[in-house]
Design a protein around this ligand. Structure first.
Ligand SMILES: [Cu+2]
Length: 185
């Protein structure tokens, strides 16, 4: 798929990364990993009602499973890149992702749409994950636009915020440029 997005996919490597990732061992579904720890365990509230609401919220967050969270290392001299992930919802309620942010870079959810003028990126305000569903941010589709990323970064901590007030602290692995470029061969 052609993307009007040259700074992010400078060597046509979007496809290459997809191929590269096929070789990456997929983590077993339903297993929480270090890359997806739930947050927001503020237990200072003493009222039973508040406790119940928090329990419901925390259960919804705990039912999320993040896999393949990665960011392409920026091309030389650039600080802009793209990030991708799959987020599964093993819970019984839909949950809506409203924001992804990092202290170490500017992050924005983007969607890719086909318009008369060609393929265009637009900001994505929110995206809902159905019960037993998943969302996939991948080259050519929804992605994270990453700006002001350090060239030396090996990983990028990001916090995902949801419409129920919960949040998920995550770590995205930076895929070295030679790795996602060599995957073209
Ligand atoms: Cu973009």
């Amino acid at each position: 798929m052609n993307i009007n997005h040259r700074t992010v996919y400078p060597f046509g490597a979007a496809k290459a990364l997809a191929i590269f990732l096929i070789a990456v061992t997929l983590q077993a579904c339903g297993t929480n990993t270090d890359s997806a720890k739930s947050a927001g365990n503020d237990s200072s509230a003493s009222k039973a009602h508040d406790d119940h609401q928090m329990e419901t919220r925390d259960n919804a967050i705990a039912a999320l499973h993040l896999v393949e969270a990665r960011v392409n290392e920026p091309a030389p001299g650039q600080r802009m890149s793209a990030g991708y992930f799959t987020l599964m919802n093993h819970g019984t309620e839909a949950i809506t992702l409203t924001k992804i942010a990092s202290d170490a870079a500017d992050v924005q959810m983007h969607t890719t749409t086909l318009e008369a003028s060609g393929t265009t990126m637009r900001p994505l305000d929110k995206i809902t994950i159905a019960p037993n569903g998943q969302i996939v941010f991948q080259p050519g589709g929804n992605h994270l636009m990453i700006r002001n990323l350090s060239a030396e970064a090996k990983s990028l901590a990001m916090t995902m915020t949801f419409d129920n007030g919960g949040s998920l602290n995550t770590s995205f692995t930076v895929i070295p440029m030679d790795a996602w470029m060599n995957a073209t061969r």
